[in-house]
Design a protein around this ligand. Sequence first.
Ligand code: FPP
Length: 237
Amino acid sequence: MTTKNIPNHVGLIMDGNGRWATAKGRERTYGHYMGYKRLKKTATHILNKGVKILSVFAFSTENFQRPKEEVDYLMDLFLTSFKKEIKYFVQNNVKVVFSGRKEPLSDTVYDSMKELEMETISCDGGILNICLNYGGQAEIVDASKLIAESFKNGKIKLEDITVESFYNYLYNELPAIDLLIRTSGELRLSNFMLYSISYSELYFTNTCFPDFDEKEFDEALESYQNRNITKGTIKQK
Ligand code: FPP
């Protein structure tokens, strides 16, 4: 496979953990645990391929409406894995950042996110952006509020607000997503990074996330590389 045209920023909607586990006669939570294990391997592979930024959808604001046991399990998984994996990300030179709102995350979960961010802040071998308690419309609203503040304080003028400068007000000031992948056969965007996916190439696979391995990503990459992509002038920050 050619090594040319590696997407700068890949988005990944990690869907199908629950169905994967149910099909094996296991609890849905087992699927989330195996999704976490899969994320660690696949994210490392994607960044080693030369992708600079990987944004993953770990937990949407709507996910708080799931049964309490499932939400509790996921929050516990986040807390323990963020603490446990600090060393792994530092060793692999991956900078971890989070996108999303604080409320209603508990202080313990939020602190573990901040700790992982701080411990990996100097890593420069790729960025893993974990969207947690995240909603794409909320991100645009939050960015608009920041812009309104800056305008009110006289820090910016109306003409400074452009399609390109808007990226600077998103949660992590990351550039546009080039390739968006969703696993498990669902054909929806589900409020994921709406501003950043305006010109993304889309790739859907029936594979559930716990099975989305290195080979599966390479197939998505090959599909991307075989497309005739016309870069829009507003695609990159
Ligand atoms: C959606 O699939 C997936 C989630 C709500 C959770 C995703 C979380 C992980 C992959 C774990 C990530 C771990 C860390 C530490 C970041 P679903 O379970 O709703 O699938 P279903 O549609 O089959 O029910």
